[in-house]
Design a protein around this ligand. Sequence first.
Ligand code: GLT
Ligand code: MN
Ligand code: MN
Length: 384
Amino acid sequence: MMRGGKDAFRPRPEDHFTFGLWTVGNPGRDPFGEPVRPPLSPIVIVRKLAELGAYGVNLHDNDLVPPGASASERDKIVREFKQALADTGMKVPMATTNLFSDPAFRDGAFTSSDSRVRAYALQKTLAAIDLGVELGATTYVCWGGREGETNAAKDPRTALAWYRDAINYLCEYVRSQRYDLRFALEAKPNEPRGDIFLPTTGHMLAFIYTLDHPEMVGVNPELAHERMAGLDFSHAVAQALEAGKLFHIDLNGQQVGRFDQDLRFGSDDPKGAFFLVKLLEDAKWSGMRHFDSHAYRTEDESGVWDFAAGSMRTYLILKDKVARFNADPEIQQLLAELDGGKSSARVPFSELRNTKFDLAALRSRGYAYERLDQLTMELLLGVR
Ligand code: GLT
Ligand code: MN
Ligand code: MN
């Protein structure tokens, strides 16, 4: 539906926008520079995002409970956090584990050469799953941030088998606890180090079908990560959707060939973002629109909230453009004219063998994609 009026692009909880605590809470540290912003407490984040119209927040275990907290400290933090959720109506649909900050994970977590590190990573993840479920999460993201460096150390087949064992173990745990929780595997080609195992969403999809419980595991594609690999994000998301495996999504912006930028959604490639929103909205995908991005390092706290509001607003503007695209008579006419014949996919072999094609016509036809693309651009640029 096209929106109108002055509140047309104001986000509402029904839009299902979520942010990681680590996203708006990002203090702007980079490999060459110290943090530029003070930490924001999870409670401040929840209250402010609720005010801006978000649906919820997602978290790593240590975004909420600092490493080394005692059981009573943990319980106090969780209690106060739950109170903030109750006060604001905010939800925690997704949780994940930090398996990359602690120096113990310097050789990876589920694929570390040291079996004690692999076991510790699982122990940490079980506790983080309990925390996520306690907060209401039904999706659990696994991002193997440091899996995959140094081929001299291990046969990658062995590492992948360890990875598989870990996900199988986690699925077994969730089943044993009767949790209502599904896993979403997140691919990334590189960063923080040079290579990461299972570098794209397509690799993850192939891996899922080798697991003991493939029905419990889907993907969490991230726009920036497919773009870092130079790929078309919508194609990755379409493959996941089509396989019924799009369990979660990380929205942001990224230029090809740069460091892991995690830019505000739609800010660097509005046309790519438009086709992504079109895909999700046309598919009536019911999941969370999660922003895994952060404000420019130049910003103070008010710039962080500008960033958060802008991410949601851009999504809603693009959603409105999708409705306009789908209702545009000229665009729809061009689309309707594309297919000049019936599909040969399911006709009997003998019929297909005997079909005469007008090859001269097929070879010389134009598809009018230039016009279609220009109309799309004019719509996006606001003159249509
Ligand atoms: C980290 C990474 C993200 C992942 C997060 C989940 S952590 O910020 O760059 O893409 O989604 O572990
Ligand atoms: Mn991500
Ligand atoms: Mn990222």
